[in-house]
Write a protein that binds this ligand. Structure first.
Ligand code: FMN
Length: 215
């Protein structure tokens, strides 16, 4: 059985533009692997707390700290990530970057001496690489000629997920959701074409990956 981990980051839940885009990605993945199990980790509702004192201490030293609280939460989230063959993150852009709930999830899964080690050469990830699809929704445009704002979201996710060993990232987006309704429809169509092109041009990517990276 194969596992798809879906991390849902919008406060708007299932009606969110990023959630709908993430669901389309999951749909394509499931066409290749109909028996795949989708594990939904909903964090957009704000229920994931920020890291606590013991966790912060543990990141700065190898001192013994309580394994409860954030340490336990971190372990649960990391195991969920480790068990996934494919990860799908649905996220809005908030203030040019990831929403704070996604940052909180990152703070839990990017953990010293667990998902990365610090070496003379820098931080080295311990997780097995696997495909990560990121579905982004943004009110304005952050890429292409019509972009009028900086993008700290995609470079940040590339850098931070690489730190724990996840390098195989693919981004899809519906940009300009704050524009006129016709323009939003156009952006959704653009995203649909990009998905279609990606999944039909690379049938091996999903099917091979899902088959070869069994848990
Ligand atoms: C707190 C907050 C900050 C936002 N910051 C940006 C931003 O920096 N750039 C942008 O293009 N849109 C921004 N938006 C708009 C959202 O990205 C946009 O509404 C998006 O479609 C929401 O996606 P969702 O439906 O998946 O939640 C922001 C929205 C909120 C609530």
């Amino acid at each position: 059985m194969k596992n798809i981990l879906h991390v849902s980051c919008s406060p708007r839940g299932e009606t969110a533009e990023s959630s709908k885009l993430a669901q389309k990605i999951i749909g394509f993945l499931r066409q290749k692997e109909p028996t795949a199990i989708v594990v939904n980790r909903v964090i957009g509702d704000g229920t994931l707390s920020h890291i606590d004192k013991d966790y912060a201490i543990s990141q700065g030293s190898s001192a013994d700290v309580s394994q409860e609280g954030s340490m336990a939460q971190s372990e649960e989230l990391i195991r969920e990530l480790e068990a996934a063959d494919v990860v799908v993150i649905g996220t809005p852009m908030h203030n040019f970057t990831v929403p704070s709930v996604l940052k909180a999830w990152i703070d839990h899964v990017v953990r010293a001496r667990r998902t990365f080690n610090t070496t003379r050469a820098g931080k080295v990830g311990t997780l097995r690489d696997r495909p990560v699809f990121i579905a982004i929704a943004s009110g304005g445009r952050f890429s292409g000629e019509r972009a009028r704002q900086p993008d700290f979201l995609t470079p940040y996710l590339k850098a931070i997920l690489a730190t724990i060993g996840l390098h195989d990232l693919t981004f899809f987006s519906v940009q300009g959701t704050g524009a006129a309704p016709e323009a939003v429809v156009e952006s959704r169509i653009e995203a649909d074409h990009a998905l279609q092109a990606y999944f039909s041009a690379s049938p091996a990517i999903t099917s091979t990956v899902l088959k070869e990276r069994a848990i």
